[in-house]
Design a protein around this ligand. Structure first.
Ligand code: COA
Length: 380
């Protein structure tokens, strides 16, 4: 760790080295393993990005085909996991299901030897969606879904299993796939850093992922997409959007989906997901009012507060128009970021050193010990 004293929230502290992504280096941009996020989002699919993040280079056609086959095999939900999912309450938050699935797979299919990181990462990337949706349908309507949808992509598999349909609008699939690419990796984000700390103790891979899911959940990190949709949903006019913003300004409350620790101007992922959200808004199932309200809030936040939307803001309207329920938004982020977490845990283990910083002590000076029978308010 660098010598400088940590500012609040470790802001600006260089906490290690990584060759996976550059976030806002030189003030702009996002690159995964050197590739610009725009190229990846518009010219790749999520499976190619998964391979890139975990293996370090883009796959050729044969490698991609092999990965797709592996994903189709690894989405099989173990019987024991199904039995446990069937017992979980329908009121559970999807993020609790994701954290529990990671932990349970760690029991049912433990890491037993070195070199299993890629296989376990693909297992979790493939299984998270089907397991979540198995629980969702079973707990809501008693339906036991068949998770096997052949060689479908992660995006198609998720959408088909959620909607219980065999065909999904290609623009919805593309939007979902792009969102997975955009959420896949972001350097030492809180959840990734937390996961690296966990495996730096030589703990197992699943413990690292469980740590990461718990950290991602908060609304200052991954939970912001869900929190953004919660306030956007009731706003059905520009006037209501203005009332909402004015009251938030007055009470000095945060507007979720805006601001970023690293990007102090535009989040490079935001215009990409906005593009897809706008495209969806022009389709039969789109919600042009939601987009008009979102654009109005964006305009005012930039003009009046100089605070820009982050990826979560337009992801909220994009997911909503894909027909996905709001409580699942952050769980989808888990499926995507599993690729980045996997890459980081492989990297951490390749050159491990226990992560154990020190604090700047602000407590009392050394005190004289007082035995319990002599303690009173004055000498505590
Ligand atoms: N709404 C309103 N004000 C915001 C804001 C937001 N979303 N984000 C930052 N600000 C304000 C802060 O209140 C602070 O104002 P002040 O200087 O008057 O106290 C100023 O901008 C600087 O913010 P700060 O919290 O110091 O920046 P940070 O780097 O610590 O915070 C976030 C980054 C992401 C935690 C913060 O922008 C935030 O809480 N955003 C909302 C949650 C969110 O969308 N998270 C997803 C991130 S990808």
């Amino acid at each position: 760790m660098s010598e400088k004293k940590a500012a609040g929230g470790l802001q600006g502290v260089v906490a290690g080295q990584s060759a996976i992504s550059t976030v806002g280096v030189g003030g702009i941009g996002l690159n995964y393993r050197g590739y610009d996020i725009n190229d990846l989002a518009y010219k790749c699919n999520f499976e190619e990005v998964t391979y890139l993040l975990l293996k370090g280079h883009l796959p050729n056609q044969q490698q991609l085909d092999e990965l797709r086959t592996l994903i189709s095999q690894k989405r099989q939900i173990p019987c024991k996991l199904k039995q446990i999912l069937e017992t979980l309450p329908k009121e559970s938050h999807p993020m609790d299901i994701m954290r529990t699935v990671a932990s349970l797979v760690g029991i049912l299919e433990p890491e037993t030897k070195p070199g299993q990181e890629y296989e376990i990462s693909i297992r979790l990337i493939s299984l998270f969606g089907p397991a979540l949706l198995y629980w969702y349908h079973y707990s809501n309507s008693g339906i036991k879904i068949n998770e096997n949808t052949g060689k479908d992509s992660i995006a198609e598999n998720f959408l088909k299993l959620y909607h219980l349909k065999s065909e999904i609008d290609p623009l919805v699939v593309k939007t979902f796939d792009v969102s997975l690419i955009l959420y896949a990796e972001h350097d030492f984000a809180a959840s990734t850093f937390a996961a690296r700390v966990t495996v730096s103790t030589l703990s197992d891979f699943y413990s690292g992922i469980t740590t990461a899911i718990g950290t991602l959940r908060g609304p200052l990190h991954g939970g912001a997409n869900e929190a953004a949709m919660q306030y956007l949903e009731p706003l059905r006019s520009i006037q209501q959007a203005d009332q909402f913003l004015n009251s938030r300004y007055q009470s000095k409350q945060l507007i979720m989906g805006f601001g970023h620790r690293v990007y102090k101007k535009e989040d490079p992922r935001s215009p990409i997901i906005k593009d897809f959200s706008l495209q969806l808004s022009k389709t039969a199932n789109g919600d042009p009012t939601l987009l008009a309200v979102s654009q109005h809030i964006e305009k005012r936040m930039i003009e009046e507060k100089k605070i820009y939307p982050n990826l979560d803001f337009y992801s909220a309207s994009a997911y909503k128009q894909c027909g996905v329920p709001t409580p699942m938004f952050t769980a989808i982020f888990v499926i995507s970021r599993m690729t980045g977490w996997g890459g980081h845990l492989i990297e951490q283990r390749s050159n491990n050193k226990l992560m154990r910083p020190v604090s700047d002590y602000t407590g009392p000076a050394k005190k004289q010990f007082v035995p319990i029978e002599m303690r009173n308010k004055a000498n505590l």
